[in-house]
Design a protein around this ligand. Structure first.
Ligand code: GLU
Ligand code: MG
Length: 451
C-alpha cells in the first residue's frame, strides 16, 4: 500500500466576500473561508481609503484626499448576505458575498461610503414619516459566443437564444433572494432586460448590485459575455437602468397616489413636490446617475431614455415617468403607483444614484416646490419657447457639463460629505482625461468591456 492513500485529498475552501460597491459602481472586497464568518462578523475586514479613488480604467486618481494614508473596515451587514449554489458550471465555487458599510477602525461611519450615504438619506425620509420602496430594471447585451442568429426585437426567437442563460439567471437570482420577475428580449440586437420586485430602501440598491454581479457570474460560468454599458457599439440600442420609486408612510400607506389630484395624473401633492425637487436638480444629478462619458451617448432625444428634465405620464422620452397602473380584475391602483427615474445607467453606483435622487426629492418636499416641467409630448419636439414656458431644461450633453452642473449646485453639494465630493470629482476628472482621445466607436468599445 502506498503512503499517499492515508492522506486525505484536498477539497477547495468555500469563500465568502465582504464587499462594497464603490463610487463608480464597481463591487470590490476581500474574501475569507466561509466557516470563519463569526471571526469577521463584528469587526469586518480591512480596507484602504484610496480604493475609492479608482477610475473605471483601474487607475487611482492621484488628486484624492487620501493618498497612501489611512485604514478602514468593511463591516458586513448580515441581512444583505447573498448565497448562490452550483450553477451551470458545476465546478465553479459557490458565489457568496455580504454587502458592507465602510467604517473607521473605531467603528465611526466613513464619510465617503455610498451605502452609508443612502442609509443616512433613508433615515432623513424616516424622520419625515416616509419610507422608500424601489426597484431597479436593468438592460444588457448578451454575447452567447460563436455565430449569432438574427435577433428580432421582443421575439420568441430572441427569447430562445437567451433562454438557457435566462433560466440559470432566474434560478440564481431566486436563490439570492432577489425576487426576479421577468427576463425579456429587448429592442436591441442581443439585448435583454431583467426586472425584479420592489423592496425597501437599502435592500433595493443592494438588489441592483446583486442583479449585476449574478448576471456576470452566470455569463462567466456559461463562457458567455454580458455588458451593462449604456452603449456597446455605435449602432447599438442603449442599455438603461430604470429606477422605480414609491413613497409610503410608516404604516405602509402609499403617498404618491391621489385620485382626486387636480393635475389629472393622480400624482399627490407630496408627489408633486418630490418630482419638482428631482427635476430642479436633475442636471446636477446626472453627474452621479449618468456618470461616464459614454452615458451621454444614451441621454439623447428619441432614445427612450432622457434628454430633458421633465415629468411625463406614461411617456418614455421623459426623464421622470409616471408609470401605468393596471385595473384589470379590480386591482387597487395606489400600491402600484410609482415614478420611474430614467436618466440612469449601470456605470453608476446604485447606492449613490438612489441617494442623490432621494436628496433632490426631499429638497422638493421640504421646500414645497411647485411642479412645472410636465409634458405628454416628446420634449425635443416642443419648440424652444414651449420648453421655456414649461420650465423644461436640457440635460447636460457630456460628463464635464454634468460635473459643472454639480459644482454650481450648492444646495445639493451641501447635502454631500466633502470627502465624498472631493474623491468623486478627482475620479471623474481623471476619467475624462483618460478617455478624451477616444472617438465615438472607441468609447462604446471601451466602456462595453469595462461594464
Ligand atoms: N433602452 C432604453 C434606455 O436606454 C429603454 C427602453 C425601454 O423603455 O425599455 O433606457
Ligand atoms: Mg426596457
Amino acid at each position: 500500500m502506498s503512503r499517499g492513500q492515508d492522506i486525505e485529498a484536498l477539497s477547495p475552501v468555500a469563500m465568502t466576500s465582504i464587499v462594497t460597491t464603490d463610487l463608480i459602481g464597481v463591487t470590490r472586497g476581500r474574501s475569507f473561508p466561509s466557516d470563519e464568518l463569526e471571526h469577521y462578523r463584528l469587526g469586518g475586514c480591512g480596507w484602504v481609503p484610496a480604493n475609492s479613488a479608482l477610475t473605471p480604467q483601474d487607475l487611482i486618481a492621484e488628486d484624492n484626499p487620501w493618498g497612501a494614508y489611512g485604514d478602514l473596515r468593511l463591516i458586513p451587514d448580515l441581512d444583505s448576505r447573498v448565497s448562490v449554489g452550483a450553477g451551470p458550471d458545476p465546478f465553479a465555487p459557490p458565489l457568496e458575498f455580504i454587502h458592507a458599510d465602510i467604517r473607521e477602525t473605531d467603528g465611526q461611519p466613513w464619510a465617503a461610503c455610498p451605502r452609508t450615504l443612502l442609509r443616512n438619506e433613508l433615515e432623513a425620509y424616516q424622520a419625515l414619516g416616509i419610507q422608500v420602496i424601489a426597484a431597479f430594471e436593468h438592460e444588457f447585451n448578451l454575447d452567447t459566443g460563436g455565430e449569432q442568429a438574427e435577433h428580432l426585437a421582443f421575439s420568441l426567437q430572441a427569447q430562445r437564444q437567451g433562454a438557457s442563460f435566462g433560466g440559470w439567471l432566474l434560478a440564481a437570482l431566486r436563490a439570492a433572494g432577489v425576487e426576479p420577475e421577468m427576463f425579456l428580449p429587448e429592442y436591441g440586437k442581443h439585448q435583454y432586460e431583467v426586472t425584479c420586485r420592489p423592496t425597501q430602501g437599502l435592500a433595493a440598491a443592494d438588489r441592483a448590485v446583486n442583479v449585476r454581479e449574478i448576471t456576470r457570474e452566470i455569463a462567466r460560468q456559461l463562457g458567455q459575455r454580458v455588458s451593462f454599458a449604456p452603449k456597446t457599439a455605435e449602432n447599438a440600442v442603449c442599455n438603461g437602468v430604470h429606477l422605480h420609486l414609491s413613497l409610503q408612510d410608516l404604516e405602509g400607506t402609499p403617498l404618491l397616489y391621489d385620485p382626486q389630484a387636480v393635475s389629472g395624473d393622480d400624482l399627490s401633492r407630496l408627489g408633486q413636490h418630490w418630482a419638482a425637487g428631482v427635476l430642479k436638480h436633475l442636471p446636477a444629478l446626472c453627474a452621479f446617475t449618468a456618470p461616464t462619458p459614454i452615458s451621454y451617448a444614451r441621454l439623447q432625444p428619441h432614445h427612450w431614455s432622457a434628454s430633458y428634465a421633465c415629468l411625463g405620464l406614461r411617456n418614455r422620452e421623459a426623464s421622470l415617468r409616471i408609470c401605468p397602473t393596471v385595473t384589470i380584475g379590480g386591482k387597487p391602483e395606489a400600491p402600484q403607483y410609482n415614478l420611474e427615474f430614467r436618466a440612469l445607467d449601470a456605470t453608476a453606483s446604485p447606492h449613490l444614484a438612489m441617494a442623490v435622487v432621494l436628496m433632490a426629492g426631499r429638497l422638493g418636499i421640504e421646500q414645497q416646490l411647485a411642479l412645472n416641467a410636465v409634458t405628454d409630448k416628446v420634449p425635443d419636439e416642443l419648440s424652444a419657447e414651449q420648453r421655456r414656458a414649461s420650465g423644461i431644461v436640457p440635460l447636460p450633453g457630456n460628463l464635464p457639463q454634468a460635473l459643472d452642473c454639480l459644482r454650481e449646485n450648492r444646495e445639493l453639494r451641501q447635502l454631500l460629505p466633502q470627502a465624498l465630493l472631493d474623491t468623486y470629482f478627482a475620479v471623474k476628472q481623471k476619467e475624462v482625461s483618460l478617455t478624451e482621445h477616444l472617438n465615438a466607436a472607441q468609447l462604446c468599445e471601451h466602456y462595453g468591456h469595462l461594464y
